[in-house]
Ligand binder design. Structure first.
Ligand code: AP5
Ligand code: MG
Length: 223
């Protein structure tokens, strides 16, 4: 049966970083709503044009278009074994829509690792983040630097700083997270699927704790 993991956590907690590592280890598709929006912006689609304004301000893109985008992504063949969701759901309406979508696919939300990191550390992480232009691989100038400044280790493409990583926009994103997304912590805790992980450790230690926190899913993980 397909397996669905939802990575929950504030902006900069390390969801994308961990999803990249775990999707490889667990053989699950990495489904990042933020990456899907950025791909649409790059390709200048109608969805990209609509999403850009919300993203640049640090606000959430409206639920209806976000839900439709993720529904389409989860129906693609590479999600047949399941997916690691990163950045979705972000509102109670998105969470309800996800349950429905997975139900239709014969699955459910199996586990929700919540990566806990305090606000001061989030700002440090986002202000030093560099992202790869081609595929969104993630670096940090101090905590996880590329071998060559400004160049992606994986595909050699240029690294750039995200528009929404400006200080004021980061503050806005954290506010929006606390207001609209943090209630999902309790929602999934009540459902019995939440597991908490200390995100204020180095990247490798967080990966180990994530794998240890979801033994049923991580059973067959590659070393
Ligand atoms: P999105 O792209 O999802 O951004 P986010 O949730 O704000 O999260 P980030 O990507 O900023 O952080 P992350 O947790 O992935 O951290 P990362 O691994 O990069 O969304 C962007 C926008 O799109 C939203 O604001 C919204 O407008 C829109 N959107 C997206 N999804 C939506 C939805 N469902 N509904 C509506 N709107 C939506 O790590 C951060 C940095 O820290 C990196 O530099 C990394 O190298 C470093 N780092 C990671 N782990 C560690 C560690 N353990 N120690 C030290 N440094 C670390
Ligand atoms: Mg991310």
């Amino acid at each position: 049966m397909a397996v669905y993991v939802v990575l929950l956590g504030p902006p900069g907690a390390g969801k994308g970083t961990q999803a990249e590592i775990l999707s490889e280890k667990l053989g699950l598709a990495h489904v990042s709503s933020g990456d899907l929006f950025r791909e649409n912006i790059k390709n200048q689609t109608e969805l990209g044009k609509l999403a850009k304004g919300f993203m640049d301000r640090g606000d959430l893109v409206p639920d209806d278009v976000t839900i439709a985008m993720v529904r389409e992504r989860l129906s693609r063949p590479d999600c047949a074994k399941g997916a690691l969701l990163d950045g979705y759901p972000r509102t109670p309406a998105q969470a309800a829509a996800l349950s429905q979508m997975l139900n239709n696919l014969g699955g459910k939300v199996d586990v929700v690792p919540y990566i806990r990191v305090d606000e001061e550390e989030l700002v440090r992480r986002l202000s030093g983040r560099w992202t790869c232009r081609a595929e969104g691989h993630i670096y940090h100038e101090v905590f996880n630097p590329p071998k060559q400044t400004g160049v992606c280790d994986v595909d050699g493409s240029e690294l750039y700083q995200r528009e929404d990583d400006k200080r004021e926009t980061v503050q806005r994103r954290i506010h929006v997270y606390l207001d609209q997304t943090a209630p999902l912590i309790d929602y999934y805790r009540k459902e019995g699927s939440l597991v908490e992980v200390d995100g204020a450790q180095n990247i490798e230690a967080v990966t180990q704790d994530l794998l240890a926190a979801m033994p049923a899913v991580a059973g067959g993980a590659k070393a």
